[in-house]
Ligand binder design. Structure first.
Ligand SMILES: [Fe+2]
Ligand SMILES: [Fe+2]
Length: 145
């Protein structure tokens, strides 16, 4: 198993997760408590789940003798609530695509342990994608009527 290759993909995943935390957390406190309590609450919960993903990936990096990244992927500040949800859906889609590629690399390298981490996290990202789609519909109805 090429540990350096696995550490490299894991760090790419960590950086995406760090970006997602800032993106969703930043959106969380932009939604007013009075008018958008559900979106506000959901975004905080999802941001916390992404933080747990950073933990899972980083733990594996350290177990493999690597150094975890603390860099963030690009964060996009959007002020339109509906556009925010579209952006977040795309972020989840990109993560799912990336993690599927990483799973293929884990298979090439015979790293079942890392593969299992990715498989578990992909399930969360699929759920997030669905939640953002639902939130988008909910906000559309609320804002546009
Ligand atoms: Fe994540
Ligand atoms: Fe996610």
């Amino acid at each position: 198993m090429n540990k350096a290759r696995i550490i490299q993909i894991l760090n790419k995943a960590v950086e995406r997760e760090i970006g997602a935390v800032f993106q969703y957390m930043g959106q969380h406190y932009r939604f007013p408590k009075e008018t958008h309590p559900i979106a506000r609450e959901m975004l905080e919960r999802i941001a916390v789940e992404e933080m747990k993903h950073i933990e899972a990936f980083s733990k594996r990096i350290v177990a493999l003798g690597g150094q975890e990244s603390i860099n963030s992927s690009k964060v996009v500040w959007e002020t339109d609530f509906i556009k925010m949800m579209e952006l977040d859906k795309d972020i989840e889609d990109e993560a799912i695509t990336m993690y599927r590629k990483h799973i293929a690399i884990c298979e090439e390298e015979g790293d079942e342990e890392t593969k299992a981490i990715y498989k578990k996290i992909i399930k969360d990202e699929e759920r997030h994608h669905k939640l953002f789609a639902e939130l988008k519909d909910m906000l559309k109805e609320k804002i546009e009527g």
